[in-house]
Design a protein around this ligand. Sequence first.
Ligand code: NAD
Ligand code: TYD
Length: 373
Amino acid sequence: ARTWRADAIFRMKKRINMALLLVTGGAGFIGSCYVLSRCYAGDTVVNLDKLTYSGNLGNFEVLRGNPKHIFVHGDIGNVELVEHLLKTYQPDAVVNFAAESHVDRSIIDPEAFVRTNVLGTCTLLRTTKTWWKECAAAHRATFRFLHVSTDEVFGALHPGDPAFTEDTPYSPNSPYSASKASSDHFVRAFHETYGFPTLITNCSNNYGPRQFPEKLIPLVTLNALARKTLPVYGTGSNIRDWLHVEDHCDAIQRVLEHGRVGQTYNVGGNSERTNLQVVHGICAVLDDVRPSVEGSYTDLIRFVTDRPGHDFRYAINSSKLNTELNWHPTHTFEDGLRETVQWYLDNEKWVKDVQSGEYRSWMQTNYAGRLQN
Ligand code: NAD
Ligand code: TYD
């Protein structure tokens, strides 16, 4: 039987015709942006998150006391818990962000990526599919399971190669991308085998507020502010296609509402930059807004031992999403980067809170052994 609170939410949602979403991994970087945007839009979000090192309840300070955000601490692989949430809240959709998300960590501990990204996703699919089959026909027809994935499943491009399309064969190179590729295959298989109404999005590198500072842009920003060295892997010539997290969340919502069941959609920012360009861009913003008497932040750049199996280039062709769903990124990389750097300057408490023991031990594990070239 549903609890009183769930009943009340269920009735309210039906009355005003807003969605109830079960979001997994909603305490992380992209998930929290999505949760905030959906709560502001009037939907109710049940946010299931294990709170690993990158999950952060501090991302929801602004939603404190807001009944549209229901946080549940738990694992996507916990069948009883997920079953309970599905039966209690009867969501209109499940949006799966939950994952181990950092390539360098996957090189050190690949099994952790198999546990959450492969097994966890498969269990979440099975549990949700079992519940979905018992739903009333009208609910079964409109329900969607959207899985958030990455362009890294397609492998690496050479300079001049055409960008990845939805038809590019999978060719993952890192344990992270292998685990995401595997999860995508399971999502696809659940659609083909059981008719489960799935959608997949494969996006490029996200940037924006609230990204855990193990990733390039926040790492370089915060190291620079602390006058620490800025580690650039290899020669800094690797290329990523940068997508603002808010544009990504808009794309997810558009796919959820209007995407064709069983399809995948690529999401890119049309902003290919070399890593060195990105690092110089961050330094230029800081030199402008927080000039240092010790000289330009670029003096801190150091070329260090490359990431093993480092994919040279990613680039996304989003024309399917552009033409079918009329989605286009709205942020230019230069403006988005400036705003992002400014966000880290303005949110000292958030930064201090995430730079905990776990963060410090990761910095030691990943960077202490890298030689400067
Ligand atoms: P993140 O590491 O910031 O957040 C992941 C969240 O998942 C965290 O809150 C964590 O606590 C939670 N989580 C981890 N394991 C869990 C489990 N077993 N059960 C429940 N929750 C769990 O990652 P992100 O950058 O926000 O990425 C979100 C999704 O987007 C991931 O699936 C990632 O593969 C994908 N993606 C990210 C990027 C990017 O540039 N960040 C690019 C492409 C795709
Ligand atoms: P990252 O933010 O880890 O994302 P991904 O590996 O998913 O693309 O890295 C972005 C790029 O920046 C990637 O080419 C690796 C590079 N990089 C560095 O040069 N130095 C660093 O300290 C980090 C974390 C990444």
